[in-house]
Design a protein around this ligand. Structure first.
Ligand SMILES: Nc1ncnc2c1ncn2[C@@H]1O[C@H](COP(=O)(O)OP(=O)(O)OP(=O)(O)O)[C@@H](O)[C@H]1O
Ligand SMILES: [Mg+2]
Length: 347
């Protein structure tokens, strides 16, 4: 890039956004992923007037611990925008955070990913949120395509490959070939459902109420997709509130029980993969037998999930490098590299 064009570029670095249910990642042209924060906004209401109090990391710390006047909101549920105004505020905040004030005078082009199963109304909501947040032009890319590009899969070649992106809200299963989606299905089950399953297991079996944040921590640190080899695994202590007498209490739980608690959402995910395999054209299916299935998204990091899926499908299954960043990296590369141009959608 010449000095002139790099100076010119200085004002309007284009950005790519992975607007996730759990985390939002921002990729800046020429720089890569520069921001990765929870998709959470804390709203304070004073005398009936709502004001953004905190966004991202700062807001997540407040979740479950806010006084009555502050509400920590996750504007996305099941991978789509549930609260449009709050989502817009969040996107605006993140854009300003990476681009500073210059985005106001020289608005960037924004490439943003959408779940493959998003309805036209949901796509419109995401597009509007990005343009209201200050984009000069908005491009959309379907999430599993972005995940596959980010995972380094051969999406432009005439080779079938399967990606399974297990996010917070949704799991997207897709078969890709020649820049297109040959088959896609989206299951509204992901990491959040695993957290909820843990909350309800502990409530049912121990009369103990735990928060979503606690459940998520247990899942990340001790969650397993299948019972440990010794039938028990590690035993941990969990603190929460006793449902019978309302006081704080502590119980212990082992990894076999955690696996049991998480079994249902995990089998829903495996079922989605099975349905996709059944619906894949024979030539592409043959490629998948060779190439295997690649897992992306935070949910791919549940211990033993790859091995479990290997057992259930009989196919090679691998976890992508840096599964939490694949979608953002893929969205960014699709924005930057001309070979992916035709994949981007303007409507
Ligand atoms: N080490 C880990 N083990 C298990 N789960 C994890 C781990 N790290 C993150 N997760 C889970 O991954 C999920 C977030 O993944 P990701 O950031 O890919 O989702 P997202 O893109 O925000 O959601 P979606 O794609 O559904 O909109 C959360 O449910 C989180 O708890
Ligand atoms: Mg995602």
């Amino acid at each position: 890039m010449s000095l002139f064009s790099s100076l010119f570029k200085f004002g309007s670095q284009n950005i790519a956004i992975d607007l996730g249910t759990a985390n939002t990642l921002v990729y800046v042209e020429g720089q890569g992923v520069v921001l990765n924060e929870p998709s959470v906004v804390a709203i304070e209401t004073i005398n009936g007037v709502k004001k953004v109090k905190a966004v991202g990391d700062d807001a997540k710390m407040m979740m479950g611990k806010t006084p009555d006047s502050i509400e920590a909101i996750r504007p996305l549920r099941d991978g789509v925008i549930a609260d449009i105004e709050v989502a817009e505020q969040m996107i605006k905040y993140f854009i300003t955070k990476v681009n500073g004030k210059k985005s106001m005078f020289n608005p960037p082009e924004i490439t943003i990913c959408v779940p493959s199963g998003a309805t036209s109304v949901e796509r419109r909501a995401i597009r509007d949120a990005a343009s209201n947040a200050g984009a000069s032009q908005v491009y959309l890319i379907v999430e599993p395509m972005a995940a596959a590009i980010g995972a380094g899969m051969p999406v432009t070649e005439p080779i079938g490959s399967m990606v399974v992106d297990i996010g917070g809200g949704t799991t997207e299963v897709a078969v890709l070939s020649l820049r297109g989606l040959a088959y896609t299905t989206s299951v509204r089950t992901g990491g959040d459902k695993m957290d909820e399953a843990l909350v309800s297991y502990v409530r049912r079996h121990h009369n103990l109420l735990i928060g979503e944040t606690t459940a998520e921590r247990i899942k990340k640190d001790f969650g397993v997709a299948r019972p440990p080899a010794d039938g028990v695994g590690q035993t941990i202590q969990i603190k929460g509130r006793d449902l019978v007498n309302g006081v704080p209490k502590e119980i212990s739980i082992n990894q076999a029980q955690i696996a049991e608690a998480m079994a249902e959402p995990i089998s829903t995910i495996v079922e989605g993969v099975r349905i996709a395999l059944e619906n894949t054209a024979p030539e592409l299916a043959a490629d998948i037998v060779d190439q295997g299935i690649v897992l992306t998204g935070g949910g791919a990091m549940v211990e033993g999930l790859d091995a479990h899926m290997r057992d259930e499908t009989g196919l090679p299954v691998t976890v992508a490098e840096d599964p939490l960043s694949c979608v953002a990296i893929g969205t960014g590369r699709a924005m930057e590299e001309p070979v992916y141009r035709t994949i981007l959608q303007t409507a």
